[in-house]
Design a protein around this ligand. Structure first.
Ligand code: SAM
Ligand code: SF4
Ligand code: SF4
Length: 349
């Protein structure tokens, strides 16, 4: 039996909890299933090639529909919203959506995960002005050849580094940097990345390569375990653990003992954190997933377009969350690796 994580803020009303007593606190909204990268671990070119059919425009939730649903999620306990994709900066006029969401009462955190290749200084400033608070930038290598091999689109790594700087200049801080570590592809970048970001205020987080979707050819052998990443870092720059800031925090946090700042490790494969998972995910076409590894979502766009009232929609979402039993990462095995599930680019990270 899972117990409720300690220290959760009380809202005055009973929080909406699932079958494992986990409250609904975070909403990740995918605003597009398209991307200008073809990262080998997410949208491999062999699968997401020229013939791949992305969602047609009229199937995407409109900004007003997203705003309405997000508002209901906030009323049900969501405190943090993250925009994601695909690549969220490909969605036209994203600033309009950001300002609609920023006006939601009692929302505490509005962030975005991006590959930053389209994050010009102007774009970063307009997103900040619209109300975006922070960004997380995905970057898997500093070495240009390794970066290009992993993102597989011929964009130089300097473009992402410029995007990172633009985010900092615009005040979308603290910026976090996500590095997916894949055995044999970029593990030699662990120390150079740590060295580059130490002391900069940008928080590097190493992510174990996950078996999301069914197209990235995941094998356990390709995972560089968190323990190994930590050992490598600790040998070079001794580390000490930092207490988590809030229940349900995804990354385990460490600080360099020499004052070089912090790093995080997201170990969803070798040290799963399902027991404190408070995240719901909304796809660009309005399907609600209660787990990153879900086989199918629950359609919310249909009810929204059929004139369902706010109260009925809230009952629907509350009901779906209350029946949630997901804990895929705790149950992962060779057998589960081949079960059908949604692609990362559709559901967002
Ligand atoms: N395109 C944006 C980006 O890359 O930042 C947002 C969407 S992307 C799906 C969100 C996050 O998922 C990224 O940080 C990415 O590195 C991570 N991701 C994608 N596939 C993954 C995998 N197989 N294992 C671990 N993380 C993965
Ligand atoms: Fe695109 Fe992000 Fe997936 Fe890379 S990880 S292919 S940037 S959606
Ligand atoms: Fe949450 Fe599912 Fe990931 Fe577990 S496997 S942490 S339930 S998204």
């Amino acid at each position: 039996m899972h117990s409720r994580p300690p220290g959760l803020p009380t809202l005055g009303s009973t929080p909406n909890v699932d079958r494992l007593d986990r409250p609904l606190r975070d909403l990740r909204i995918s605003v597009t299933d398209r991307c200008n990268f073809r990262c080998v671990y997410c949208m491999p070119r062999e699968v997401f090639g020229p013939g791949f059919e992305f969602l047609p425009r009229d199937e995407l939730l409109t900004f007003e529909e997203i705003r309405r649903l997000a508002g209901l999620f906030v009323e049900l306990g969501v405190e943090k919203i993250r925009l994601t994709g695909g690549e969220p900066l490909l969605r036209r006029e994203l600033e309009t959506l950001v300002s609609l969401l920023a006006s939601l009462p009692s929302l505490q955190d509005l962030t975005m995960t991006t590959n930053a290749s389209l994050l010009t200084s102007e774009r970063a400033r307009s997103l900040k002005e619209a109300g975006l608070q922070r960004v997380t930038v995905s970057l898997d290598a500093l070495d240009d050849a390794t970066f290009r091999r992993m993102s597989d689109v011929g964009i130089p790594v300097t473009r992402v580094l410029e995007g990172l700087d633009a985010a900092v200049e615009a005040g979308l801080t603290p910026v976090k940097v996500n590095m997916v570590v894949k055995r044999g592809e970029n593990e030699n970048q662990i120390l150079p990345m740590a060295d580059h970001f130490r002391g900069t205020g940008k928080i590097l987080r190493f992510i174990e390569f996950m078996d999301v979707g069914t197209s990235n050819g995941w094998k356990m052998d390709d995972v560089v375990p968190a323990r190994e990443i930590l050992d490598r870092l600790n040998r070079r720059w001794p580390l000490e653990p930092v207490d988590s800031q809030y229940p349900g925090e995804v990354a385990s946090r460490y600080r360099y003992r020499d004052g070089g700042g912090e790093v995080g490790i997201i170990s969803s494969v070798t040290r799963p954190f399902c027991a404190t998972c408070t995240r719901a995910r909304l796809t660009a076409d309005g399907e609600l997933y209660t787990c990153l590894f879900g086989a199918r979502g629950h359609d919310l766009r249909g009810p929204v377009r059929q004139g369902t009232s706010d109260a009925e929609l809230k009952d629907l979402i509350r009901g779906l969350w209350s029946r949630r039993t997901d804990r895929y990462s705790e149950l992962r095995s060779e057998a589960t690796a081949h079960l059908p599930r949604v692609e990362m680019s559709r559901i967002g990270g």
